[in-house]
Structures are given as structure tokens and as C-alpha cells.
Design a protein around this ligand. Structure first.
Ligand code: ATP
Length: 513
């Protein structure tokens, strides 16, 4: 996977009805996208996999769906009005805008790649005798790079912690970080930029109230904590899950649906006893990685990244990073948010937001461990992992999306071999046995080979072809998307495949809950 493959994924997504650029007839809107038919089906399936893994598999997690608009004080209490800023910097030659922290992190990533190169060289030289741990501890070159990484990290953390943007700029100068477009170090000063979108509630100018479009769904959970806890009679530890739109006026929104200005989050806040956050943090880190691995993506595509620079509310934070076509990047965040949010809302609202612990027989403000994943980023991770252009034995190529079967937009495609001799009628009758259970598709246009290709390209796991023999013995051909193997089966066998491989429950069953 490389940057070129991202271009292919983008054009494939448009051609096969996954994702369209928004407002295209007006030349589009930067970093805003619409989901097309197949994209919507896939997105709904990913959301359902997440939702059920949270609220159906865990007795102690309940769901909500809170409004996008919230009282403006919410964002004062949460710290977003003061601190939800990104440090931006412009290159004077290319006129391109960057996030200063991202420029520094990318520089660190380049140094990490240098270390990896040294390791690869030594591995080749020493063969079986190679000991990676010993090598990284003793190689002068590796130690030198590691120590400069440490130095950069500590300077960066201290500059951001002290809100000292001059030091951030100095660090960029000192490291001689160049603009990837112009290749120069001709930078402006670093400035803070608040990412929240403002709007107004109410018709008249004088009585209207400034509102924000929520930049995260989590605050809707905190504001409902008391109501949910009382009505669901949950005892700590318990969680509240929700999925929904979030909005951020990102400085640099690019890389397709990876960084958008309107996107969807799937968040779960887990309320726990103060002091137990370390344990729950580790538990959720593991549980969330298992959720990703369960859909069959290779574990070498994921890595944990523990944060050096913590958000204002967190005492620990870790990203699950995925290997996108543009490198390892955050897919999901697991954050230990302490009691910061509930305490701030308690202070600003004047309402007591606490929990009476019947075991400890006392009141306290619960601590929170949160898991937060972008649905669109998960969508892109799945596209990245499943999109392939294969060269076949006859030299031709096919585009195939090997999407996890249970998440595929359509699970089965029913194809009458010909548009006559009663084959379409038989096919439609057969489809009635399946259409109430899962999403299936009917396709009678073009030669059978072209129909197979079309369904490979949108990730349909199995094509079912009805031909003249079907009318005689009730068998039909099932073709496997990935192996392209074909065999004849009967309806009962197809029903078994449906249960064992295509329904979401077969995926949920493998999660270790
Ligand atoms: P990043 O460092 O990439 O800006 P973040 O740390 O600000 O992300 P969080 O605030 O932790 O992100 O949000 C939780 C999740 O929401 C992220 O892991 C990501 O999957 C998703 N997300 C955040 N910002 C965007 C965006 N602009 N577009 C799409 N998804 C996003």
C-alpha cells in the first residue's frame, strides 16, 4: 500500500458507489464527502458491529443518542472553548498550512524509519545470531538516534504544556523541517486555531444564542450521566455508548475520509471507581484491539501508540494506529479521562453529579475510561485492507474488495444466467427465502463474467447463478469472491452458509466477552 493506492481507492469508491465528493455539481466542498448506496450499507454494517459489540454483548453498557446541539456552557466546562486548538503554521513559499505538532511527529517518524533501516542491515549481516534487543541497546548509531528522538519529544511536550508556541517554532527551525511541497524552511509563526464551528440558535440577532456544533459526541454522554444512571439503574462499573456526527474545522483536511470536517464517531464512556483507571485502561486497550483483529485484518497492520502529549482531561492515552496507505495513523483513541468532565460540569451547572457506591457506602465522582473511534476512519481502514487489483492467469485484471463477509454491503448476489426461460422468475422466488434475513442483490444485466466482476468490485462474498439445470434438480452455482471457485449446492446448504458466515452474529460470537 502506498499513496498511489489511495488514489485508486478514491476513484474505485466513486465508480462503484461507495463515496461521492459532496456538492460535486458545484465543484465540491473541501474535505466533505457523501456516502453512496454501497458505502452507506458498509458504514451501517460497521456501526452495527460496533454498537452490538458494546450494548448487546455487555450487560453493563447502555446506549443513548444525544442531540448535536448542546448548551454552550458544555464546551466551557469541557475545556473546548479554551483549549480545543490546533497549532497551525504556514509555509510562506508554498502557502500551504500545516499542523505544527504533526510536522514534528512526522520528523520523529522519519528518525524511527532510520532506526528500522539500521536494524534491517544488522539482521542481514548477523543472520540467525541477530538479537534485536541487544542491538538496539548497543549500536552507537541507534542509540544516537534514540536519544535525539527523546530530546525532540521532551522539548515538544514541554513547549505544548507551557503553551509556548515560540518554542514550538524554534524546534521546527532547529530540526530544519522542510515543507513537503516547496522544500523550504520559510515558515510563519505558530498560531492557535480553535476547531469548533459556531452557529446561532434563535431568529433575532439580540435574543439569539451562540452555539457550537459538537466536536465530539462524548459530552452528550457526560450531560446525560445522571439521567442514564438513574433510569437504567446501573452500578459502577458501567458504560454509556453512542454513535453520531461530530464537527471540527480542521486546519488541514486531506487524505480522503481520514480527516474530514463533518464525520461520525462511535464513543463509549466507561464509569469506574477512582483509582481503578489503570486496570480498566489496559482492559479496554486490549478489548478494542481484539475487536479490530476479529474482522480478520492482519495484526501487523495495527500498533499501539502511547501518548507523550496528553490532552487537558487525560491521565493516560493510547491510540490504536492502523497502517493506512500514508503510513501508521490514529484509528481509535483510548483515553483515561479521570473525573475531569463530570467535575467541571458539576462546578459550572451547580448540580451534584456523583455516584453513591453501595459497596463502599460513600459518594464519589466516577472516573472515566473512554474508547473513541471514527466510523469514517474505520471505513477507510476496511477499504485499505480489502481493495486489491489482481492479475489473473489469463493476464487480465480484476478489482476485488475482500471485505469481511459479515460487513459487506450485499451478502449474496442472485444472477439468472439468462433473462428468459423462467430463470428470472425462479431466481426471484429463491431470493424470497433470504431477503428478510440479510441484504442481497439481484442482477440480470450483461454477461455472467461481467456481473461476477461487478460484485467482486463491491465486495459481495458469494454470487448465486441460476441456470437451466436449476429448473431440473434445484441446484445452483455458488461462486466465492476471493478464490473464484464455483460449485453446485442446494438451498439448505446456502442457508447454512448464511448462518455460519454471513450474519453479523457469526462475527460477534468470536468476540471474547
Ligand atoms: P487526530 O490526532 O488524528 O486529529 P484526535 O486525537 O483529535 O485525532 P480524537 O479527538 O481522539 O481524535 O477523536 C477520536 C476519533 O475520532 C479518532 O481516533 C478518529 O478516528 C476520529 N476523528 C477525529 N477527528 C477526525 C476527523 N477530522 N475526521 C475523521 N475522523 C476523525
Amino acid at each position: 500500500m502506498d499513496r498511489d493506492s489511495l488514489k485508486k481507492i478514491i476513484s474505485h469508491s466513486k465508480e462503484y458507489g461507495f463515496i461521492f465528493p459532496s456538492s460535486e455539481i458545484y465543484e465540491g466542498l473541501n474535505a466533505i464527502y457523501d456516502y453512496a448506496h454501497n458505502g452507506t450499507l458498509l458504514k451501517n454494517n460497521i456501526r452495527e458491529y460496533w454498537w452490538k459489540s458494546m450494548v448487546q454483548l455487555n450487560d453493563n453498557i447502555v446506549g443513548i443518542d444525544s442531540a448535536i446541539f448542546m448548551h454552550p456552557k458544555t464546551w466551557v466546562a469541557s475545556g473546548h472553548v479554551d483549549a480545543f486548538n490546533d497549532p497551525l503554521i504556514d509555509n510562506k513559499d508554498s502557502k500551504k498550512r500545516y499542523r505544527a505538532d504533526v510536522l514534528i511527529e512526522e520528523h520523529i517518524e522519519k528518525l524511527n524509519l532510520k532506526i528500522q533501516k539500521e536494524i534491517n542491515k544488522a539482521e542481514k549481516r548477523f543472520k540467525e545470531k541477530f538479537n534485536k534487543k541487544q542491538f538496539t541497546q548497543t549500536s552507537p548509531r541507534v542509540r544516537e538516534i534514540l536519544s535525539s528522538i527523546e530530546d525532540i519529544k521532551s522539548k515538544m511536550v514541554s513547549a505544548f504544556e507551557n503553551d509556548n508556541l515560540v518554542l514550538v517554532k524554534n524546534l521546527i527551525d532547529e530540526l530544519e523541517i522542510k515543507c513537503p511541497i516547496s522544500g523550504t524552511c520559510n515558515w510563519t509563526e505558530v498560531r492557535q486555531f480553535n476547531l469548533m464551528f459556531k452557529t446561532k440558535l434563535g431568529a433575532s440577532e439580540d435574543s439569539s444564542m451562540d452555539l457550537y456544533l459538537r466536536p465530539e459526541t462524548a459530552q452528550g454522554i457526560f450531560l446525560n450521566y445522571l439521567n442514564v444512571q438513574k433510569t437504567s439503574r446501573m452500578k459502577i462499573p458501567f458504560g454509556i455508548a453512542q454513535t453520531g456526527k461530530a464537527f471540527r474545522n480542521e486546519i488541514v483536511a486531506r487524505q480522503f475520509i481520514f480527516r474530514m470536517r463533518e464525520f461520525e464517531q462511535m464513543e463509549m464512556q466507561f464509569f469506574i471507581q477512582p483509582g481503578s483507571q489503570g486496570e480498566w485502561f489496559e482492559m479496554w486497550k486490549k478489548k478494542r484491539l481484539d475487536w479490530h483483529l476479529n474482522i480478520g485484518i492482519n495484526d501487523s497492520s495495527f500498533r499501539y501508540h502511547d501518548h507523550d502529549k496528553l490532552a487537558h482531561y487525560a491521565d493516560a492515552a493510547c491510540d490504536i494506529e492502523f497502517l493506512f496507505p500514508f503510513g501508521f495513523k490514529e484509528l481509535e483513541g483510548i483515553h483515561s479521562r479521570t473525573d475531569f468532565d463530570l467535575k467541571s460540569h458539576e462546578k459550572l451547572s451547580g448540580k451534584k453529579i456523583q455516584y453513591f457506591d453501595p459497596v463502599l457506602e460513600k459518594n464519589y465522582t466516577p472516573f472515566v475510561v473512554e474508547t473513541s473511534i471514527g466510523l469514517d476512519r474505520m471505513f477507510l481502514a476496511i477499504l485499505t485492507n480489502s481493495f486489491k487489483i489482481e492479475t489473473l492467469d489469463d493476464g487480465s485484471t480484476r478489482n476485488v474488495m475482500s471485505i469481511t463477509k459479515q460487513l459487506a454491503p450485499n451478502k449474496l448476489a442472485f444472477l439468472p444466467l439468462l433473462k428468459k426461460d423462467g430463470l428470472p422468475e425462479y431466481t426471484k422466488k429463491l431470493m424470497k427465502e433470504f431477503k428478510h434475513e440479510i441484504k442481497i442483490d439481484y442482477d440480470e444485466k450483461d454477461a455472467i463474467g461481467r456481473r461476477y466482476r461487478r460484485h467482486d468490485a463491491i465486495g459481495t462474498p458469494y454470487c448465486i447463478t441460476i441456470d437451466h439445470q436449476t429448473l431440473e434438480d434445484e441446484t445452483f452455482t455458488i461462486r466465492d469472491r476471493d478464490s473464484m471457485e464455483q460449485k453446485r449446492i442446494k438451498v439448505d446448504q446456502l442457508k447454512k452458509i448464511l448462518e455460519d458466515q454471513l450474519k453479523l452474529k457469526s462475527l460477534l460470537k468470536n468476540l471474547n466477552n
